[in-house]
Design a protein around this ligand. Structure first.
Ligand code: CP3
Length: 343
């Protein structure tokens, strides 16, 4: 049986629009909270192949998405490079910030695959657990988004520390980006070796960067990763997600060479159909907060998105991840709406 998500990502859409959702495994599901409660540290949870594989499967069992996204976190990569990463309840990720050349010197790829090896085990387990028609998605954070966490030492609103290092000390900043390109390309290749059918690169904080640095901080590092992954795995689709990048999506698609682009909630669909979907598969983009609210408004919006993107390859998804307050029954209604739609 063929995998309709994988085929659509390769530019061969069928009658039905495939779907999966960012953060489809997560706190909105009671069965996720139950497994999550068995491990105190979130990073340790990400490095527990059995539990990570189990929570990856949970939404597939409930809703039958066409894609299962590996359960892990983008901050596994800085952790694998030797940075301290931990999660504090209620305040999100924390890292020992990278500020100086000495801090960068302490990071390396030497123990990387040993440290993150449990993630490859999760992928290998999933390969055996998933229905044959379900596409297994690997993922990583893009270098720019990872750098914002690594330099700030936490999530931040305007990414001041990373932007200022990028302007003030480009040599140091580029050393960080180069190391992330190298680690991420290897990390994604290993996920594909272990069984991932496609991969997504999350650039969650690509918003509002000036054109001049969007090239150096977003496009070039992403292109370098795409080139390296494609050299080893020419048939594995790569999805880019330059969230909130506005008109710069056009250059992102033209210059990085991604096979598909994920659209945030604010993108105009007619524009995306004309400017992006004519070149690559598009993915998206219902507002996760509309899924909290649910009902006929959500169904109407899902149909608007499906209609607007029906003339080319489209993977239905959210414009950003599910929030914890999402009622599981709304996800069921959304899934049925997409599954029953015919192009
Ligand atoms: O289902 C899936 O999407 C797969 C797993 C996944 C997680 N994080 C699990 C997770 C994926 C693909 C990610 C990506 C991720 N992580 C991104 C990029 C996508 C995006 O949301 O923009 C980013 C920026 C992160 C960093 C991160 N991880 C933050 C900021 C947080 C805290 C957020 C919060 O709401 O508290 C996390 C923790 C995290 N990663 C959780 C999950 C399910 C929740 C923590 C928990 O369960 O204890």
């Amino acid at each position: 049986m063929s995998k309709i998500l994988l085929e659509t990502l390769k530019g061969n859409p069928g009658e039905r629009v495939p779907f999966w959702f960012m953060r489809q495994a997560g706190r909105y599901l009671p069965e996720y909270r139950e497994v999550r409660a068995t491990t105190k540290s979130f990073m340790e949870f990400c490095y527990s192949p059995e539990k990570a594989a189990e929570v990856t499967m949970q939404p597939i069992r409930r809703y039958g998405m066409d894609g299962a996204i590996l359960f892990a976190d983008i901050l596994v990569v800085p952790d694998g490079l030797g940075q301290n990463v931990w999660f504090e309840a209620g305040s999100g990720p924390k890292l020992t910030p990278v500020k100086t050349a000495g801090d960068v010197d302490r990071l390396s790829l030497n123990d990387f695959h040993d440290k993150v090896g449990a993630v490859y085990e999760t992928v290998a387990k999933l390969k055996h657990m998933l229905p044959v028609e379900t596409t297994l998605l690997g993922f990583a954070g893009a270098p720019w988004t990872l750098a914002t966490y690594m330099i700030e030492g936490a999530g931040s609103k305007d990414h001041a520390a990373a932007r200022q290092m990028g302007y003030r000390n480009p040599d140091l900043f580029n050393r960080i980006l180069d190391m992330l390109v190298d680690a991420t390309a290897q990390y994604l290749c290993r996920q594909i070796d272990a069984g991932a059918d496609a991969v997504q690169i999350f650039d969650s904080w690509a918003a509002a960067l000036p054109e001049s640095v969007f090239d150096d901080w977003v496009i070039k590092p992403t292109k370098a990763i795409v080139d390296r992954v494609r050299a080893k795995h020419p048939d594995t689709p790569i999805i880019g997600f330059p969230r909130l990048a506005g008109l710069q999506h056009i250059r992102f698609v033209d210059e990085t060479g991604v096979d598909a682009v994920s659209l945030d909630t604010g993108i105009s669909l007619d524009w995306a159909a004309a400017e992006l979907q004519s070149k690559v598969c598009v993915q998206g983009n219902i507002d996760p907060h509309l899924v909290v609210s649910g009902g006929q408004k959500m169904v109407g919006e899902a149909n608007r998105i499906l209609d607007a993107l029906k003339h080319g390859p489209h993977v239905f998804n959210l414009g950003h991840g599910f929030v914890p307050e999402t009622p599981p029954e709304n996800v069921a209604l959304l899934s049925d709406t997409i599954r029953n739609y015919r192009r």
